[in-house]
Design a protein around this ligand. Structure first.
Ligand code: FA5
Length: 348
C-alpha cells in the first residue's frame, strides 16, 4: 500500500472512531494517538526527507490535509460531547425550588454595642464628635497626663497589665481627653467629644465588676463651662436612657484629673432602692465618674486654665445596660451564651 493510501485509510478509520466515541476522555485519547508527537501523521511528516522529490509534495500535502481534517472533526465532536455532559449534569443537579428553605441562624449586634451606639446618638445629637482611642496606651497618657504621676496612690485603684514599663492596656478612656485636647484648634470652636471603648483593670470579677469592661469618655472644653453644664448634660442623657422616673444622685468624689469631682449613681433596677445583692444593699448603682477638668490637666495639654474650663465624665455602658435591661450579673455580657444574647435582637 502506498503511503498516501495508508494515510487515507487512517483518515477513514479515525473519522469513524470520532463519530462513535462517547466520552471526552476517549476523544482526547484518539487525538493523542493520531495527531500527537508519536502518532502516524507526525511520523510521515518526519520521514519526508527519505522520499523522492516527486513524492514529497504529494505525500506532504495529503498528510497536512488529513491532519487538518481530523483536528477539525475532533474539535466539532468535543463541542457535542461537552454539551451532552453539561446537559446531563444540569439534569442531575436540578433543584426542587418548592422545597421549604433551611433557617439560617442570624446574629445580631451585641447588646453592649447597641447600648453604646444609643449613647453615641444622644451625644451626636448634642453636637459632640466621636473619637477613637488606643486600647494599648502609654503610662504618659493613661496616668501622667491625667495628673497621676508615678507612685501617686490613686494609681492603686486602677492596676492593669503592663506590656513594658511605659506601655499598658488602658485602665480608663480618660487618656483620650489628653490626646484630643492637645490637638484641638479652639479658633474653630469649643471641644465636645465622646470616646467609647474597652478598658482593662485588675479588678476582682463580681456581679457589677469585670476585669474587662467598657467606658464612654465625655469631654467639653470652652470658655465659661460650669458644673451646671455638666449636671444638665448628664440629666439629659440619663432621662433618655432610663426614663423620667428613675432616680439619679450626684455624690462628691475624688479623681486626680477633675476638681471638683462627683460620682453619679442610678437607683437599683432590682430593688428600686430598698437594697439587694446587686446594689450591695445600698439601693444605688454607680454608673459614672465626672467633674470639672483639673487646671493642671488643661495646662499639660497646652490649654490656658485662666481662659478655658471644661467638664469630663467616664460612663460605664456595661452598668447602663444592666440597669436598662435588668441584667443582674455583668459577667453575662462576656460569656457568649446565645440563650442570653439572643434576647437582645435588634429590630431593624
Ligand atoms: C474612671 O475610670 C474615671 N476615668 C472616670 C472619669 C472620667 C472621672 C472623667 C472624671 C472625669 P471609675 O474608676 O469610677 O472612674 O470608673 C468609671 C465607671 O466605669 C464607673 O462608674 C463604672 O460604671 C465603670 N466601672 C469601673 N470599674 C468597673 C468594672 N470593674 N466593671 C464594670 N464597670 C466598671
Amino acid at each position: 500500500m502506498t503511503l498516501q493510501a495508508q494515510l487515507e485509510a487512517l483518515r477513514d478509520n479515525t473519522l469513524k472512531e470520532i463519530a462513535q466515541v462517547a466520552t471526552l476522555k476517549e476523544l482526547n485519547q484518539i487525538r493523542v494517538e493520531t495527531l500527537g508527537k508519536k502518532g502516524p501523521i507526525t511520523e510521515v511528516l518526519r520521514g519526508m526527507k527519505n522520499l523522492s522529490p516527486e513524492e514529497r509534495p504529494v505525500v506532504g500535502g495529503c498528510a497536512n490535509e488529513i491532519r487538518d481534517l481530523l483536528t477539525e472533526a475532533i474539535e466539532a465532536r468535543k463541542v457535542v460531547l461537552e454539551n451532552e455532559a453539561l446537559n446531563a449534569a444540569l439534569k442531575e443537579e436540578s433543584l426542587d425550588v418548592t422545597l421549604p428553605g433551611k433557617q439560617m441562624p442570624q446574629g445580631t449586634r451585641h447588646i453592649l454595642t447597641q447600648v453604646m451606639e444609643e449613647i453615641e446618638d444622644i451625644f451626636l445629637g448634642m453636637g459632640y464628635q466621636v473619637v477613637e482611642g488606643y486600647e494599648v496606651e502609654s503610662d504618659h497618657y493613661n496616668f501622667e497626663r491625667m495628673n497621676l504621676p508615678k507612685d501617686h496612690p490613686a494609681r492603686d485603684m486602677q492596676d492593669t497589665f503592663y506590656i513594658s514599663d511605659e506601655m499598658l492596656i488602658r485602665t480608663h478612656t480618660s487618656p483620650v481627653q489628653a490626646r484630643t485636647m492637645e490637638k484641638h484648634d479652639f479658633s474653630k470652636g469649643a471641644l465636645r467629644m465622646i470616646s467609647p471603648g474597652k478598658v482593662f483593670r485588675r479588678d476582682t470579677d463580681d456581679a457589677t465588676h469585670s476585669h474587662q469592661f467598657h467606658q464612654i469618655e465625655g469631654l467639653v472644653v470652652d470658655k465659661n463651662v460650669t458644673m451646671g453644664d455638666l449636671k444638665g448634660t448628664l440629666e439629659v442623657m440619663m432621662k433618655k436612657m432610663f426614663g423620667e422616673d428613675r432616680k439619679i444622685r450626684l455624690r462628691p468624689s475624688y479623681f486626680p484629673f477633675t476638681e471638683p469631682s462627683v460620682e453619679v449613681d442610678v437607683s437599683c433596677f432590682k430593688c428600686g432602692g430598698a437594697g439587694c445583692n446587686v446594689c450591695k444593699h445600698t439601693g444605688w448603682i454607680e454608673i459614672l465618674g465626672a467633674g470639672m477638668v483639673h487646671p493642671d490637666v488643661l495646662q499639660m495639654s497646652g490649654i490656658d486654665p485662666t481662659e478655658y474650663s471644661g467638664f469630663a465624665f467616664g460612663l460605664g455602658p456595661d452598668r447602663v445596660a444592666m440597669l436598662r435591661y435588668g441584667v443582674n450579673d455583668i459577667r453575662n455580657f462576656y460569656q457568649n451564651d446565645l440563650r442570653f444574647l439572643n434576647q437582645f435582637k435588634v429590630k431593624e
